[in-house]
Design a protein around this ligand. Structure first.
Ligand code: SF4
Length: 311
């Protein structure tokens, strides 16, 4: 059952007519707003009044790419003219606020912005309802190897502060699993809960695999090979990954991002060391915080940020 539609690129707002058509068509099929979540991931540059009105009317969530404050963002995201694009993002955020839309951030983390806590402190005041930090892959000169310790330790500090953690997507997901005792055996819904359609109609199990011939599963204009997608999904349970099957954190981690595993090791089933280290250390931190808070709670000691705790 389809329950979400995400439009992303490249940059989807480069073709606003298609975005408008897709949203209107989806809403004409799923008239009840709760039946289908629609989201657009954009760099913000094409977010004009017409678009934000459309998003407000059809309850579309917006994710804006932003890599830091003005100086850093302008260095990393540049127009062909050489001019930085931060002012375009600021304008987009203003438009979104005027329409009362909630919006999240997506930052590509490189060696230049590896301190997640510092990044959070710059971006959060801009009004994002949640923040998503993703380490870069495929740009060797920017990968965070030299800043790995900063990246991991700052992510741990995010888990330590409940108010910050609630807004950081990956930290919150891990905390929720620990707090609610949730068990997962897959990192994401690849092969079971989603399809990606490329601009030419080709179908893939994950957006990060677009263009990789061996994972293409047909084309929406001809034939979609769902069996191929499902067959990929069947190979992904964490118990079947040699290195993960003995890991104590496996049911809170799920085996790591399959695309990252593939890019790093040539297979979905061998963890990407950076994600593995990050996840394990965050889970450790979340468990020790949970145990400490639970002890304090049982002793009647007031627990800071414990509103909504289930213990
Ligand atoms: S923490 Fe690492 S080894 Fe453990 S399940 Fe996750 S990716 Fe696998």
């Amino acid at each position: 059952m389809l329950n979400s539609l995400i439009l992303f690129g490249g940059e989807p707002l480069i073709n606003p007519e298609i975005v408008e058509f897709a949203i209107c068509y989806a809403r004409s099929v799923f008239r009840n707003m709760d039946e289908l979540n629609i989201a657009v991931a954009t760099n913000g540059i094409g977010l004009n009044t017409r678009m934000t009105e459309l998003f407000a009317k059809y309850n579309v969530h917006v994710q804006v790419s932003i890599d830091g404050g003005p100086e850093l963002h302008n260095e990393l995201r540049v127009f062909p003219s050489g001019q930085g694009s931060f002012s375009g993002v600021e304008k987009a955020i203003k438009e979104l606020k005027v329409r009362g839309l909630s919006f999240t951030s997506r930052s590509t983390v490189t060696e230049l912005n590896a301190d997640i806590l510092a990044l959070f402190n710059v971006l959060s005041p801009l009004g994002f309802s949640s923040l998503n930090f993703q380490p870069v892959h495929g740009a060797k000169e920017l990968e965070i190897d030299s800043q790995e310790e900063t990246f991991v330790s700052s992510y741990q500090k995010v888990v330590e502060d409940k108010e910050i953690m609630k807004k950081v997507v990956y930290a919150r997901a891990i905390w929720d699993r620990v707090e609610r005792g949730l068990k997962i055996n897959k990192f994401c819904g690849m092969g079971t809960a989603g399809l990606v359609i490329a601009p030419n109609g080709d179908v893939y199990p994950c957006h990060r695999l677009v263009g990789q011939e061996e994972f293409q599963a047909g084309n929406i204009l001809r034939h979609v090979n769902l069996e191929k997608v499902k067959a990929i999904g069947k190979k992904l349970p964490v118990e079947s990954f040699p290195q993960c099957s003995f890991c104590w954190a496996r049911y809170l981690c799920g085996g790591g991002c399959y695309a990252e595993n593939l890019f790093e090791n040539g297979t979905f089933s061998a963890p990407y060391p950076l994600r593995c280290k990050l996840t394990r250390s965050m889970i450790k931190k979340a468990i020790s915080l949970f145990v400490r808070r639970r002890r304090d709670f049982e002793k009647g000691i007031p627990v800071a940020g414990a509103e909504g705790m289930s213990c």
